[in-house]
Design a protein around this ligand. Structure first.
Ligand SMILES: C[S@@+](CC[C@H](N)C(=O)[O-])C[C@H]1O[C@@H](n2cnc3c(N)ncnc32)[C@H](O)[C@@H]1O
Length: 299
């Protein structure tokens, strides 16, 4: 088990994730239910992926990192805890920023982040960042490009706010890297496909992973590394009830938007969600691959 050296205590990764999970769950209950809460659960469920990403980019204590689309700021807080490094987190949704500040306050009061590792959270759109040119040594963007109608605008902004010689890591979905055995029930596939179509209608793209390296190259960056961050899992019966509740909650939070946008009818939604609820949840092998690309702004 990896141990971290945090001020006054050494928490294992598992203990830290549990701590974050408890704090975050407390915050989430004070927030508007829906997207905010499911984003939080989603982020926590992908802890192993973002830990791999942080190991790849490894910010130094003398480098200032910007995490764009930071959600509840868990990656920023991890940078403070594990790398003792300062960071800024921004998100377009103000509720995430409020939640990030609360979680940070709790962690600091527990002495989990040293005072050197300052963390600042603020509102910001990746397509129009509220920061000056050449402000950061490192930029991290996790699972944000998939929502953007024109990711090249975001790449231009990242280039602008990075210092010459600065590093960026962008990680995102590539749905073609999703493997599951045995296959999901048809009702799950129907609803998952509906979510993809909704995202596409709004200008997003769940296959954006394959576009990251070309986008960075066209944006003037030197591409230094392309990796696949994969999370292979065996989901046994003991995880099944949690998983099913989680997936159903995610789908329910998208219900009104799916129906109002015309992607599914109310009847189709009810029929498929009820079927999903009634399905036995079989043990499964599952792999969800993400593409992570590192690049450097020329000096
Ligand atoms: C799937 S979450 C990922 C959160 C976080 N990056 C992580 O790795 O856990 C996507 C986040 O991107 C944010 N977002 C979406 N569009 C954005 C934009 N144009 N500018 C900044 N943030 C944005 C959302 O509000 C949300 O917090």
């Amino acid at each position: 088990m990896i141990k971290t050296n945090v001020a006054g205590s050494a928490l294992s990764v598992k203990e830290r994730v549990e701590l974050l999970n408890n704090l975050a769950a407390g915050v989430a209950t004070t927030m508007v239910p829906g997207t905010a809460r499911t984003t939080l659960q989603y982020t926590i469920s992908l802890t192993r992926i973002w830990e791999q990403l942080l190991e790849e980019i490894a910010p130094r204590p003398d480098e200032l990192t910007l995490d764009i689309g930071c959600g509840f700021g868990l990656v920023n807080l991890e940078i403070g805890i594990r790398f003792d490094a300062p960071s800024v987190g921004c998100d377009i949704v103000p509720e995430f920023i409020d939640g990030a500040r609360v979680i940070e306050g709790h962690l600091r009061s527990l002495g989990a982040i040293s005072s050197k590792a300052t963390t600042m959270f603020g509102r910001g759109d990746i397509c129009n960042l509220p920061y000056g040119d050449s402000s950061f040594e490192v930029v991290i963007v996790r699972e944000v490009l998939q929502y953007l109608p024109d990711p090249s605008v975001a790449i231009r902004e990242i280039f602008r706010v990075l210092k010459p010689g600065g590093r960026v890591i962008i990680e995102d979905l590539e749905d073609a890297l999703y493997i599951v055995e045995p296959p999901n029930p048809a009702s799950f596939s129907f609803l998952h496909d509906a979510i993809s179509r909704l995202q596409k209608m709004k200008g997003g793209n769940r296959n954006v992973g394959r576009q990251i390296a070309p986008l960075l190259y066209k944006g003037g960056f030197e591409v230094t590394k392309v990796s696949t961050l994969s999370e292979g899992d065996f989901v046994d019966e003991s995880s099944a009830s949690f998983e099913r509740a989680f997936v159903i909650e995610q789908l329910m939070s998208a219900k009104s938007e799916l129906i109002e946008s015309g992607v599914v009818t109310g009847e189709q939604f009810e029929e498929n969600i009820n079927d999903l609820k009634s399905q036995p949840y079989n043990p499964q092998f599952r792999m969800n691959g993400r593409i992570a690309v590192q690049a450097r702004k020329p000096s």
